[in-house]
Design a binder for this molecule. Structure first.
Ligand code: DAH
Length: 338
């Protein structure tokens, strides 16, 4: 390269740098011209090949070019970082909206708070259960359909995904002496095809109160009053509770529990299918055989138990017609429940 070519290269480089429009381009040009293998350092390295008499002049010109390029790069870099800061500070923030808890979480937390006021604590149990806790101790005989291998998710002979939260009753009683006053929210599993009202994975909240005899007898009337209180707190004033006779292996007597419809106040509407009542839970007085299985003396204790479907409460409380909406995580749906 002679002096003339050097002058041409200099002009091109300064033009290029001057017209670089953003930080990335300025950086690319810095690498191109003054980076370790950039054209100017390469030219300096090749200085020894320049004839001796031209070397001083040529060297000076190269150093001057380098200084100009560096100065221009520096001023461009300063401008682009200033621009960056300006943008960050002046742009209004983007609004993503407030998040809110999922309706199922809300029902579980509200239930825990309501029963908490009545002295119930929250107990927990595993989703993978054994046969004893999920069936045997709950007085469920082996010919019961829910024990069928094709009705439940089994992992070997003695391990299954719990079909109900009732096994937590067993765990709570085995771990504590009466009085026992717990609720147990959690996931449950059944072999089910999914439609608007069924899901193979759903949630329940179990409740259990056992106290000692003869000092503190527990009755069906106690159960009804506690559930009536829960109904009012969860659904609003004026909601009442109805018991219908039913059968569960682990309670005797057993009932199905209806709340009067909170939407039409019992007059009949679409939510309660014109009946004025909505079925929400199973319940009853703990069967003496269950007490025997957990090592309690049935002559010395009495108690009640109940089990709600969380999805069911959420669906009637928030007017959700399809259970699947609860699992799709579609914010267009969830944000309507604020
Ligand atoms: N475990 C029952 C079910 O999944 C619900 C239930 C009924 C729970 C009666 C109870 C009870 O504690 O006493 O269908």
């Amino acid at each position: 390269m002679d002096l003339l070519e050097l002058e041409t290269a200099r002009k091109i480089s300064l033009d290029e740098i001057a017209s670089a429009s953003d930080g990335a381009k300025v950086e690319a040009l810095r690498i191109k011209y003054v980076g370790r293998n950039g054209s100017i350092p390469m030219l300096i390295k090749a200085m020894k090949d320049v004839p001796k008499e031209e070397r001083p002049l040529f060297g000076k010109a190269v150093q001057a070019w380098k200084a100009e390029v560096e100065a221009l790069l520096q001023s461009k870099q300063a401008v682009s970082s200033e621009k960056k800061i300006e943008c960050d500070l002046s742009q209004p923030g983007r609004w993503f909206g407030f998040g809110l808890k999922h309706p199922l979480t809300r029902v579980i937390e509200e239930t825990a708070a309501i029963f908490g006021k009545l002295g119930f604590t929250v107990a927990d149990g595993p989703e993978l259960e054994n046969k004893f806790n999920n069936f045997t101790a709950l007085n469920t005989p082996s010919h019961h359909p829910s024990m069928d291998k094709s009705d439940t998710f089994w992992f070997g002979e003695d391990c299954l995904l719990r079909t109900q939260t009732s096994p937590v009753q067993i765990r709570a009683m085995m771990a504590n002496k009466p009085p026992v006053r717990v609720i147990c929210p959690g996931r449950t599993y059944r072999r089910d095809t999914t439609d608007a009202t069924h899901s193979a994975n759903f949630h329940q909240i179990e409740g259990l109160y056992v106290d000692t005899l003869p000092e503190k007898p527990v009755s069906l009337a106690d159960l009804k009053s506690v559930l009536a209180y829960f109904a009012r707190e969860m659904m609003g004033d004026g909601v009442t509770v109805r018991f219908r006779p039913h059968f569960f292996p682990f309670t005797e007597p057993s009932v199905e529990v209806d709340f009067s419809c909170h939407v039409c106040k019992g007059r009949g509407c679409g939510v309660c299918k014109q009946s004025g009542w909505i079925e929400v839970a199973g319940a009853g007085m703990v069967d003496p055989r269950v007490f025997e299985h957990v090592g309690y003396d049935p002559a010395k204790v009495s108690g009640y138990a109940f089990g709600f479907g969380v999805e069911r409460i959420a669906m009637i409380k928030y007017g959700i017609p399809d259970i699947r909406w609860l699992y799709e995580n579609d914010v267009r749906f969830l944000s309507q429940l604020a």
